[in-house]
Design a protein around this ligand. Structure first.
Ligand SMILES: [Zn+2]
Length: 217
């Protein structure tokens, strides 16, 4: 199977090292790329195990390699450079031990369904309101619940697709702050979108971007 050029972004994504733009670009891609998607799930478990075992180890690795390289490259570098301390090697061995011997340290990955050739990557989030036209500037945004222990990130855009507001919540409804409401104008079109993130911050579901207009009468 040929390598996907987005694979290099997986570790950076999981460690929050990508820019906002890169993150969005990557999220759009991996949701539709079976290869990146399964790789991401693998790596997420590895990173989660390492973080659980010792945040210091992760920091250590990050400091030494400001431009992120893959864990495999990291281990390779360590083995080829005696001046490097043994901590990363131990970390790698510890990690293997954890993955092999401790089933309890594996949390369930986010609820994706793999069904033969068809890969269903979570469900689309259904937006409840506002949709289509509304009579007044919305007070709340509301959507359907996707699962347990998810963080929802909402983004609101103006008619030129500029982000005018973004917020996160564990609820399925969020109030639109007064200062944002005051910027919004009747007669204008807006759109909004919700993304659901797992407890470790990976994207598990997205809504479509829904447009609404505030009636101007
Ligand atoms: Zn890919």
């Amino acid at each position: 199977m040929s390598r996907c050029r987005f694979e290099d972004l997986i570790d950076g994504y999981l460690l929050n090292k990508l820019s906002q733009e890169e993150t969005e670009h990557f999220e759009e891609h991996y949701f539709n790329c079976a290869r990146c998607f399964s790789k991401l799930q693998e790596r997420e478990e590895i990173i989660r195990a390492i973080k659980a075992q010792g945040p210091a180890l992760v920091e250590n690795l990050e400091e030494k390699q400001p431009r992120w390289v893959s864990w495999a490259d990291e281990i390779w570098l360590v083995l080829n450079n005696r001046r490097w301390v043994v901590a990363p090697v131990l970390a790698a061995l510890l990690l293997m031990a954890i993955l092999i011997f401790s089933p309890f340290s594996r949390e369930q990955p986010p609820s994706f369904v793999l069904n033969g050739e068809n890969i269903v990557r979570g469900q689309a989030i259904n937006l409840i309101s506002p949709i289509i036209d509304v009579n007044q500037i919305p007070l709340y945004f509301e959507w359907k619940k996707q699962g347990e222990d998810l963080q929802y990130k909402i983004s609101l855009y103006d008619s030129h697709n500029n982000l005018i507001w973004s917020a996160s919540t564990k609820e399925t409804r969020i109030a639109l702050p007064e200062e944002i409401r005051q910027q919004m104008k009747p007669g204008e079109k807006y759109s909004w979108q919700v993304k659901a993130l797992s407890s470790t911050g990976t994207l598990v579901a997205v809504s479509s971007r829904v447009q609404f207009m505030i009636k101007s009468d």
